[in-house]
Design a protein around this ligand. Structure first.
Ligand code: AQP
Length: 345
């Protein structure tokens, strides 16, 4: 078994405003990891166009999501921050993985089924092979750890399957190229915290999502204090009060969601939140949660607006990050080309 140097990779789509789910499910871990690990954080604009994006809006969203990354606390000196389309190695490796992954594997992907909806025939081919591009994003850097929300677990498992099959299919060529073990690592998902799957504020059965048509379903990182407080006040709840024990949240997705959000934002456990609010009415928890959300997200929204006013600065960070990302991915892809058998001049 080859030992790989630890390296973190993750990304978010510029398909709209980042929301509390993106923040609690992924971003909080990204910020912590950059303290101790080599981290590469991408704005995955090529993933975004698997669904139609109006070009001017997409352009704006790439800069806005980058501004939000910075406002949340990602440090462009410490971490590599870039947009995917500026590093062509992602697309090249994705094509090779299109030829490694099996149709049967992709047919099992639940996100494709959800996003394609009833009319699969009309979905883009890109949406179908999205997980292969995601595997390429990670493996173009031989990344070993991928901090994501719970919804990405299945795609991560696929990335591991693709890495494993590549290592096996090209085993002889990999050894001939001088590697005495695997070429790609099997990337580990890093899904931790009390809010790995934040649910819609309007429907506890659906995850909070940028593409939900109801803005009331999510808290955007760009929302102002009044909007945040109003959305939390209007959040759907059931008719019982809050339980005192975590077991009492079972089968009550809306209650579980609000308690989980409070725990993640306050850095407490679910049990600690219930020790404070259990046995009481939802209104008391909602009031505290609104206050806490405004305190945590308000400064992020303000900083994002400030950075958005200087697009040149944000573009400069993406250009620098892209050059640094390419410097890692290019030699890896050169090796991949040789291993596959292409003629490399
Ligand atoms: N509701 C969520 N709870 C916890 N984590 C979440 N993530 C997304 N939604 C939640 C995590 O955020 C990261 C970036 O996600 P993405 O932008 O790649 O797209 P997504 O997962 O498809 O998120 P959205 O908001 O639902 O986008 P749209 O509506 O455009 O599809 C990932 O780590 C994800 O797990």
């Amino acid at each position: 078994m080859t030992t790989f140097t630890p390296r973190v990779f993750s990304g978010m789509q510029p398909t709209g405003n980042l929301h509390l789910g993106n923040y609690l499910g992924a971003m909080l871990n990204w910020i912590k990891l950059q303290e101790t690990q080599e981290c590469i954080y991408c704005v995955v604009d090529m993933h975004a166009i698997t669904l139609w994006q109006e070009p001017k809006e997409l352009h704006k969203a790439i800069l806005e999501v980058t501004a939000a990354y910075l406002a949340c606390g990602l440090d462009p000196k410490r971490s590599i921050i870039f947009n995917q389309s500026q590093v062509q190695e992602h697309a090249e490796l994705a094509w090779i993985f299109n030829c490694v992954a099996r149709m049967g594997w992709l047919n099992r992907m639940t996100q494709f089924k959800e996003k394609a909806g009833k009319d699969k025939e009309q979905a883009s081919v890109g949406l179908y092979v999205y997980p292969n591009l995601m595997a390429a994003d990670i493996l173009a850097y031989k990344a070993t750890h991928v901090p994501v929300g719970e919804d990405q677990k299945q795609h991560l498992e696929l990335a591991r399957d693709i890495a494993g099959k590549f290592n096996l299919d090209f085993g002889d060529a990999i050894r001939e190229a001088g590697y005495n073990g695997d070429f790609f690592p099997l990337p580990e998902p890093f899904i931790i915290g009390p809010a790995t799957r934040v649910m819609s504020l309007r429907d506890g059965a659906k995850k909070m999502s940028k593409s939900d048509p109801s803005d009331l379903s999510r808290i955007n990182l760009s929302d102002d204090a009044d909007t945040i407080a109003r959305k939390i006040r209007k959040a759907k709840t059931d008719t019982d009060g809050l339980p005192s024990e975590a077991a009492g949240l079972k089968g009550r997705p809306e209650a579980e969601n609000l308690v989980g959000i409070h725990a993640a934002l306050s850095g407490q456990s679910v049990e600690q939140v219930l020790a404070q609010f259990g046995g009481g009415q939802f209104s008391r928890l909602k009031e505290a949660l609104a206050e806490l959300s405004v305190a945590k997200l308000g400064p992020i929204g303000r900083e994002t607006r400030r950075l958005k006013a200087d697009p040149g600065h944000v573009e400069g960070i993406l250009a620098d990050g892209s050059a640094r990302a390419r410097a890692i991915a290019a030699p890896i892809l050169r090796e991949v080309r040789k291993i596959v058998g292409f003629v490399v001049s």
